[in-house]
Design a protein around this ligand. Structure first.
Ligand SMILES: [Zn+2]
Length: 485
């Protein structure tokens, strides 16, 4: 691939200018290695940065950008497909400056087509594998346990088509599995009994069959229950030994000759998390967390400042870094919670890079009851950034909706930012099943007005207080639910 060097042209009329214009284009952004900015192939997209002195007029591809009192500017303009660049021009009474920012489009990735004799046995070898409903990057559908065995009878580029039963086929990318021609194709196994055992903070459902099945969990409410769908099982269940009071009842249902569904009725108004694994015997174990004591003094809360280290997150028009702001807000929230007696775990306390899944794994090992990820937002290429500002909160599993709603309401109320919305969102961090988990996008750091607010210490404190109050509201709700249970 050709890599151009940025063409930066300053047309300063230095002789006459009492002060030069300083023009900084922040987005589109060059790669760390100087690679051309890559933007999606869209009709119009945005350009932002800052200019000093702030009174300048800024034109992007000849169209006037909006310049804010602090010198931040932003424009949403059609892409020039001929020049494949943006020209950003700033003018004061005495001076002018221009920067040309070339860009390129993402290169289409030619996927390898897998070459295996079908059907073939697969082992899931990734701890955070994803199974999709359809090939070619369909929606996330199942999250198999590491070590699960299944077989593929279709191939589409780099996806294996997995046969679940006569009616259902799902798809997994080859990076999550190892092909195991040495293993026989998995067949349907009989289940004669089930055990549910009690432990300090969780209960465990055991299927005492040496099988590493694919499974799918559906969380249901009214009454609260977890429905675990298991593929490749035939029920001969005559005995269910339940030694817990937290699982009130286990019901089984054979959905079709190859698919067994187990429904666990919880003795709690809400589900506090679950986790499946295959134990050393090769048995499928489904762990359900018991409710924690719901008071600020007893809850353990993980706070996750998004990004860090080489991952800057979004960068604002005046180069405010998301990773720094996230950490400051997280620390403020941690201090507030600590003062109330809440044990807090921060997934990072310095400007370091932490893998996404490590954040949840560490929080789970620490014994966190809630997970709050803190971010500040940006829009994707092609989206008009003038139309997106303010508070957004994301959840994925139903057991996180109430927490998301409580934090969202308080953020809207306390920060008086515009309402970006409460979202179901397929994001890695909220996808964790081990505890209620939400992701807060406090404000749009790429929007000049939001960025200006985020520079203010008092404003960041207001965000932290709002999140704290949202957590408190959620705890109150759970206490009320428990009292009425
Ligand atoms: Zn972020």
């Amino acid at each position: 691939m050709n890599r151009f060097v940025a063409i930066i042209i300053f047309l300063a009329i230095a002789a006459e200018a009492p002060c030069e214009i300083i023009l900084d284009v922040v987005y589109p952004r060059f790669g760390d290695d100087g690679a051309l900015p890559v933007i999606d192939q869209v009709d119009s997209s945005f350009v932002f940065g800052s200019v000093d002195p702030p009174g300048c007029i800024v034109l992007v591809n000849g169209l006037e950008a909006k310049v804010y009192p602090n010198g931040a500017f932003m424009a949403f303009v059609p892409l020039d497909y001929e020049s494949m660049s943006y020209s950003v021009y700033a003018r004061s009474h005495t001076d002018d400056a221009m920067i040309v920012v070339p860009f390129t489009f993402p290169e289409p990735v030619a996927a390898d087509t897998l070459d295996y004799t079908l059907p073939v046995t697969l082992e899931v070898t990734h701890p955070h594998a994803v199974i999709r409903y359809s090939e070619d990057y369909g929606v996330y559908y199942m999250f198999p346990v590491e070590g699960a065995i299944c077989f593929a009878d279709r191939i589409d580029d780099n996806f294996f088509g997995i046969r679940l039963n006569e009616a259902e086929r799902v798809w997994i990318e080859d990076k999550f599995v190892e092909v195991r021609p040495d293993l026989p194709l998995p067949s349907v196994s009989r289940v004669y009994s089930l055990y549910v055992d009690d432990f300090d903070s969780e209960v465990q459902l055991v299927i005492p069959v040496m099988k590493r099945p694919l499974h799918r969990v559906i969380e249901l409410t009214d009454p609260p229950r977890l429905r675990v769908i298991l593929y490749g099982f035939e029920s001969h269940i005559d005995v269910i030994r339940n030694r817990t009071s937290y699982i009130r009842e286990v019901r089984w249902e054979q959905l079709n000759p190859e698919t067994l569904a187990l429904t666990l009725f919880l003795d709690s108004p809400r589900n506090w998390g679950y986790y499946a694994e295959i134990d050393s015997n090769g048995y499928f174990i489904f762990k359900v967390r018991k409710p924690p004591p719901t008071s600020l003094e007893h809850l353990r809360i993980a706070i996750d400042p998004g990004h860090g280290g080489t991952d800057f997150g979004a960068i604002g028009p005046t180069r405010l870094n998301e990773k720094e702001i996230n950490l400051i807000i997280a620390e403020k929230l941690a201090r507030i919670l600590n003062r109330k007696g809440t044990a807090v775990f921060l997934t990072r306390t310095t400007d370091e890079f932490v893998e996404l899944y490590d954040r949840m794994d560490k929080a789970y090992k620490w014994g966190a009851d809630l997970f709050i990820s803190i971010h500040n937002n940006a829009v994707s290429d092609g989206v008009n950034p003038f139309e997106r500002r303010g508070v957004g909160v994301y959840y994925y599993h139903p057991n996180s909706l109430e927490l998301a709603r409580a934090v969202y309401k308080r953020l809207l109320d306390k920060t008086e930012l515009p309402d970006d919305g409460l979202y179901y969102g397929n994001l890695a961090v909220p996808r964790t099943t081990t505890m209620p988990s939400i992701l807060v996008e406090a404000a749009y750091i790429i929007h000049p007005e939001d960025e200006m607010l985020l520079r203010n210490e008092k404003f960041k404190k207001r965000i932290a207080i709002a999140i704290y109050k949202g957590i408190k509201d959620f705890i109150k709700t759970t206490q009320r639910e428990t009292d009425n249970w």
